[in-house]
Design a protein around this ligand. Structure first.
Ligand code: PMP
Ligand code: GLU
Length: 430
């Protein structure tokens, strides 16, 4: 059977691939420390579970309206108005099968294939954005950040990346994989630039919104670009329940598009109606419950645990020779630069000439799972991602293993290896 080239050529998700490899190794009896998956180790708060169970027992088992029922959409619209300052109505909202589904549908609806539509992507960025931009027929234009600038791209870089073909920019603060939050003034400065280009839309993925750590950096405060009236009608805001509410397996996200008098949202909902229809109907009351004040203390206790882990993992990683690490102040990722380790040999005889090679050697020789940087962007090729959504004990155990592994690496004469790293100023790959 023919396999369409746009699917055959698409990369698999590196985060899910390493996560699956680590799980398989663990199932075979190996004691693996898993830093691969961006998935909270906490259980879903009990009041959220109880809301879904009540709905199921009450017989809420039929099809729901495609974008979700009135209760869930109203609760999301209220949250976005009150917490994020986004002027929106329930009609502008659709509840999706995870935020990933929302990103997919937004890009499918925004990008005109075969027209050379360019989408700006500040990198390092989540592994899924580029494949979904390209699947929709767009050209992904990376705007690279660096450790030196705390991974935050500058207004000048954004300005320089804009061409007549630019139709959108994807913003993700707090960031996966950088673990950083754009201070509101810096994000506003980027929005100032976009405000001057009426044909450029903003896709703002705010799934880590609640996971910001001002106790680590006082400038780590969340701000939603969709609250800026100059770009509000061309901003699509995406969020979901997976991270802040420890609900990854429930597969619940949402999208808000208040612009064009609701036309964009209507088109997304049309696509959703031909695709998945609604999320499971008995999960809709759980969305309402998650957003209710009763859940706030659980969210806060998980947030403050992540903040404490951010400090621990950063301190430990910084003591490993050859690693350079920006201090995380949001989400649950550390993203150290391992360039200094390139051109070494592991005890098992592997040549470390890429982040991929390092991650493979680390998993098979030291039993620690990390995601190699390559698929997070060209500028991320010499980085690895560690998700610290696991206990402090696991963090200490896993980083101690990385430390011991790094200290056993032997330098290899340059003739025997060629480092597969490049750091271009900007990449236009399609
Ligand atoms: N956006 C970002 C930045 C993410 O890291 C993830 C990770 N899952 C998602 C969206 C998608 O989340 P989900 O589909 O679980 O809601
Ligand atoms: N977003 C999480 C991660 O980056 C979950 C896996 C995925 O969907 O990519 O690890």
């Amino acid at each position: 059977m023919h396999i369409a080239s746009r699917i055959a050529q698409m990369k698999e998700s590196a985060t899910l691939a390493v996560g699956a490899k680590a799980a398989a190794l663990r199932a075979s009896g190996v004691d693996v420390v898993g830093f691969a998956m961006g998935e909270p180790d906490f259980d879903t708060p009990p009041n959220i579970k109880a809301a879904a169970i009540r709905a199921l027992e009450a017989g809420m088992t039929k099809y729901a309206p495609t974008p979700g029922d009135k209760g869930a959409r109203e609760a999301i619209a209220r949250k976005l108005r009150e917490e994020n300052g986004i002027a929106c109505r329930m009609e502008d909202i659709t509840v999706t099968s995870g935020a990933k589904h929302a990103v997919y549908m937004a890009l499918q609806t925004m990008i005109e294939p075969l027209r050379g539509d360019e989408f700006l992507l500040p990198t390092p960025a989540w592994v899924t954005y580029r494949p979904l931009i390209e699947l929709a027929g767009g050209v992904c234009v990376e705007v690279p950040g660096s450790v030196e600038h705390g991974f935050r791209v500058t207004v000048d870089q954004i300005r320089a990346a804009i061409t007549p073909k630019t139709i959108g920019i994807l913003l993700n603060s707090p960031s996966n994989p950088c673990g950083i939050v754009y201070p509101p003034d810096e994000l506003r400065a980027i929005v100032d630039v976009i405000a001057g280009f009426p044909s450029i839309s903003i896709l703002s993925d705010e799934i880590y919104e609640k996971l910001v750590y001002p106790e680590i950096n006082a400038r780590a405060v969340h701000w939603s670009p969709g609250s800026d009236s100059r770009v509000a009608d061309r901003t699509v805001t995406i969020n979901g329940m997976s991270k802040a509410f420890a609900m990854t397996g429930w597969r619940i996200g949402y999208l808000c598009a208040p612009g064009q008098s609701g036309q964009f949202a209507k088109e997304v909902i049309k696509l959703q109606g031909q695709m998945t229809n609604s999320i499971p109907s008995f999960f809709l009351p759980a969305v309402v419950e998650a957003l209710a004040p009763a859940t706030a203390p659980s969210v806060e206790s998980m947030r403050s645990a992540f903040a404490a882990r951010a400090r621990v993992i950063h301190t430990l990683l910084c003591s490993i020779p050859g690693l350079r690490c920006v201090e995380p102040n949001g989400a649950f990722y550390a993203f150290p630069d391992i360039s200094a380790l390139m051109g070494s040999r592991s005890p098992g005889g592997r040549i470390i000439d890429s982040a991929q090679a390092f991650a493979e050697a680390l998993l098979s020789e030291a039993h620690v799972a990390v995601v190699p940087g390559e698929d997070f962007g060209e500028c991320a090729r010499c980085h690895i991602r560690l998700s610290f959504a696991c206990s402090t004990q696991e963090i200490e155990k896993g980083v101690a293993r990385i430390d011991a592994f790094v200290r056993t690496l032997q330098a290899v004469p340059p003739a025997e290896h060629q480092v597969k790293s490049v750091t271009p100023v900007m990449s236009r790959r399609s």
